[in-house]
Design a protein around this ligand. Structure first.
Ligand code: G3P
Ligand code: MG
Length: 279
């Protein structure tokens, strides 16, 4: 296993700094612009880009025949007109489902995207934060999801900013060995316990905490490790401002329109400033 060295983080930082023009937290659309279009569909990704998102967060799991697809739940019940476990349905069946009408009738005909078409969509338009769901994210996962993501990434030739994230340290360890140069983000919802060891094992680029973990002390701790902090899920302007002031490097939101009237200079500390200090 080859842990990501500092050069990987600096490369990420440079690219992000470019896309940020130096001053704002990264604007990341959670499951696409999921407040305005059906989550994890190309329509939601299109809307996110239209509203100026720097990147799209989406959830990846495997179909019954081992193809990586973009859907949050382990069943298709909530977000399509079908029923059943994603892991039991072959890609051809998943692709027949309507993934838009549940949200609004004008989205009828939206499909569950494949990871391949997600890369295709994002190329040259936005960065991607791929959250690994499914078996690979379980402690005893066999890594099939990670291997499929690695294959799809290699085939796509995707060169835009990319981060692979998971709640599962095991998934990130597998990701590090399958994709030695990819940026990795650890999702945390309750505490930062175990962060240092996860970083040692996987060479993280970022931590993705739930907003309830926002505090100056934790920000200092994570920045002292040289990692970016990308919060989820931030759907109120007041909270956006507070997290900017705390020095957040990125914010995931269901509605990127919330960012539209934020000036680049908002927030007390500049993104570029933080990166320079870390070199
Ligand atoms: O990646 C951040 C966030 O998406 C994690 O939670 O359940 O929305 O995938 P969830
Ligand atoms: Mg997610």
């Amino acid at each position: 296993m080859r842990p990501a060295g500092p050069e990987v983080r600096i490369d990420l930082a440079r690219r992000q700094a470019l896309s940020l023009q130096g001053l704002r937290p990264l604007r990341i659309a959670h499951r696409g612009a999921s407040a305005r279009a059906p989550e994890n569909t190309l329509a939601a990704f299109r809307e996110a880009v239209r509203l100026g998102a720097d990147a799209v967060e989406c959830d990846v799991r495997l179909s019954g025949d081992g193809k990586p697809v973009v859907i949050h739940d382990d069943t298709v019940d909530r977000t399509t007109d079908g029923r059943g476990m994603v892991a039991r349905l072959p890609l051809a069946e998943l692709r027949r489902l309507d993934a838009g009408s549940w949200f609004a009738s004008r989205f009828r005909g939206e499909r569950i995207p494949t990871l391949e078409e997600t890369f295709e969509f994002a190329r040259g338009r936005c960065g991607l934060n791929l959250e690994i769901k499914g078996a690979a994210a379980d402690a005893d996962g066999d890594g099939a999801t990670i291997r499929a993501v690695a294959r799809s990434l290699a085939a796509s030739g995707f060169r835009d900013p990319l981060i692979v994230s998971s709640f599962s340290r095991q998934a990130l360890i597998l990701a590090r060995s399958a994709m030695p140069r990819v940026r990795l983000g650890l999702l945390v919802s309750r505490s930062l316990r175990g962060l240092r060891s996860a970083h040692r094992l996987t060479g993280l680029a970022a931590v993705h905490p739930h907003v309830r973990l926002a505090s100056r002390r934790r920000m200092r701790l994570v920045h002292a490790l040289g990692l970016l902090v990308l919060f989820w899920t931030v759907n109120e302007r007041r909270l956006i401002r507070r997290l900017q002031d705390l020095g957040a490097d990125g914010l995931m939101t269901d509605d990127p329109a919330l960012f539209l009237d934020l000036r680049a200079g908002d927030g007390k500390r500049s993104f570029l400033g933080r990166i320079r200090r870390r070199r």
